[in-house]
Design a protein around this ligand. Sequence first.
Ligand SMILES: C[S@@+](CC[C@H](N)C(=O)[O-])C[C@H]1O[C@@H](n2cnc3c(N)ncnc32)[C@H](O)[C@@H]1O
Length: 263
Amino acid sequence: MPENHAPTQPTAQPTAPPRARREPMFPDGPAPDPAGSHHERRIRSFQPRRSRVTTGQAEALRRLWPKWGLDIDGLHRLDLGELFGDPKLPVVLEIGFGMGEATARMAAADPSTGILACDVHTPGQGNLLALAEREGLENIRVANGDAIILLREMLAPDSLSGLRVYFPDPWPKKRHHKRRLIQPEFLDLAATRLAPGALLHCATDWEPYAEQMLEVLTAHPRFENTQPDGGFAPRPEFRPLTRFEGQGLDKGHIVRDLLFRRV
Ligand SMILES: C[S@@+](CC[C@H](N)C(=O)[O-])C[C@H]1O[C@@H](n2cnc3c(N)ncnc32)[C@H](O)[C@@H]1O
């Protein structure tokens, strides 16, 4: 090192006060791993992501989570009537709402249905809460965590009047197919939580996954296809285009809807 050059000191940067290691990022917001199950040896259908939360999303999480948010801790049974403040409201579960734009539109179009919207994606949770407030939607609750734990531990048998799974992660690589959500075991569980006659509505733009969905749903004894020809359904008007769907359409993908009834 030349003589006159003292080792450079790091310049002082204005920084946020450091958080203790296990201190939650949103003290009154969604917990990082509400069921404490990240170390459970179970194949998951999602990839934990560290996506950036915008200031607006963080603000919505801070203000609205205590009112409309729910951590999936797997520790208690939910009373859906109490959660939505109306014991008679039919409740539909949506798994994987992403950024929630389609969820908010569906809630606005049908205020007489409660939507329990579940995802692990923190920015999306903030976004959906902000949308719900802006549009004055009282019929959305945002659940944070793994939908499997929600279904298995927290929802009562026959408690759902519908289930929506729009554009679940396609997991295209063969070695990842086991991560796909729509599998016989998932349908066994979902069938117990759906009331008889309830609709299971799936959509995907990934053709091999669409074929797999059709195959496992058709083979399942507790679901029947609403389509007389036993095939895919036309996109029902009540399902708006989703963000992920738009990306698929831009790539020229074909979108398939599947509408099955719990028998
Ligand atoms: C491909 S994105 C689709 C999002 C949205 N439906 C759309 O069409 O734009 C799938 C979403 O499902 C969520 N997801 C996957 N498995 C889940 C699970 N077991 N529980 C909760 N969310 C899950 C992911 O975090 C992701 O946000």
